[in-house]
Ligand binder design. Structure first.
Ligand code: A2P
Length: 340
């Protein structure tokens, strides 16, 4: 472990993920010399707590990163696209939670349990991308399977919490639920339809091919992280009325013969994973159990008898923690320990 201390900025510090980044930095006792919390001009004057101190939020500007070593960004794609290069120019390494840089061939896309070796590529542009929340938890569980059996094809359906959309969506689910059970009028502002008591097969914008951007992110990012363009991936992403924790039904077709028992044994040993798989006693991964902690929970591991080499799994993680903030802080930790 390094004794180094860094100057660290959080851009989007007042948002759902930014706030969790701050909590994760505290929990990890991250070696900071100083911190800087950045957001839009709307938040200037707000105070945020960090390690017992109150820190004033500053407006994110081109010169916010002078003297900073690392910046964790979670302020939307447009903000990252505009400001990450200013940070990099000032020698501050960006760990970006938006989708802006993920598929840039010069920017590494990192899940530390899976491809931490690729972090070295941050030197190309001074930027590291944090993958999409649904991708992160899936690849944590896929990597050990990929290494041992190879992967031919993945079919995934997601059940994603509203916190992935941000604070406004958390409020919308809460307000709509309260209104509906009291027979009051309600509005849908964040999503095109009511999210309370509903499932929306629509996350991010629709593309020409009929998939949503979220679905294509899962396919493209998984191939980039596993460094294998030959894997076939088809995704259906669904927003459900859950506050925290994404759940995923994942069907994997491997290259080599595989069985559920072997996969369970493999995942029991894998970093960042907790196998929760005792269906006889009603024990399987739940969003309510995943929320508030950092492990990816895997259960319902069973053979897919409809194909030669197939496995089904149910994968659940806290989308704001491992799906975003925790993963970013883990990347920053490797940066401090091994590169800066
Ligand atoms: P602010 O609170 O000042 O609007 P969420 O994803 O939960 O909605 O949070 C988005 C985060 O990104 C917030 O911290 C928000 O700050 C910040 N943000 C959004 N747009 C900008 C911008 N143009 N410049 C700086 N920060 C921004």
């Amino acid at each position: 472990m390094s004794e180094k201390k860094v100057n660290l900025a959080v851009a989007g510090a007042t948002g759902a993920v930014g706030n969790q980044m701050i909590r994760c930095l505290e929990e990890a006792d991250f070696p900071v010399r100083s911190v800087r919390f950045l957001a839009s001009s709307r938040s200037v004057g707000r105070m945020l707590r960090f390690k017992g101190e109150s820190i004033a939020v500053e407006e994110l500007k081109e010169d916010s990163f002078k003297g900073m070593d690392i910046a964790l960004f979670s302020a939307g794609g447009g903000t990252s696209e505009k400001y990450a290069p200013y940070a990099a120019k000032d020698g501050c390494v960006v760990v970006d939670n938006s989708s802006a840089w993920r598929m840039d061939p010069e920017v590494p896309l990192i899940v530390p349990e899976v491809n931490s070796h690729a972090i070295a590529q941050y030197k190309n542009k001074g930027i590291i991308a944090n993958p999409n929340c649904s991708t992160i938890q899936m690849v944590v569980a896929l990597e050990p399977i990929y290494k041992k059996f190879g992967i031919k094809r993945i079919v995934v359906s997601t059940y994603q919490a509203v916190s992935g959309t941000g604070k406004k969506a958390i409020d919308e689910l809460f307000d709509q639920t309260r209104a509906m059970i009291n027979f009051l009028d309600y509005e849908s502002k964040v999503y095109p339809h009511p999210i309370a008591f509903n499932c929306l097969p629509h996350i991010d914008a629709f593309l020409e091919n009929g998939y949503t951007k979220e679905e294509m992110k899962m396919a493209n990012e998984t191939r980039k992280i596993l460094e294998d363009d030959t894997i076939g991936i088809t995704a259906t992403t669904v927003r459900v009325p859950v506050f925290y924790g994404h759940s995923e039904s994942v069907n994997v077709e491997t290259k080599a013969p595989v069985c559920a028992r072997e996969v369970s044994a493999l995942l029991e040993q894998a970093p960042g994973i907790k196998v929760v798989d005792d269906p006889k006693n009603n024990r399987y991964p739940l969003a309510t159990d995943a929320a508030g902690q950092d492990l990816t929970l895997v259960g319902r591991i069973r053979d897919d008898d409809s194909i030669a080499n197939g496995i089904n799994m149910w994968i659940v993680a806290d989308n704001i923690r491992k799906g975003a903030a925790t993963n970013a802080v883990q990347i920053a930790r490797v940066l401090v320990d091994e590169y800066l």
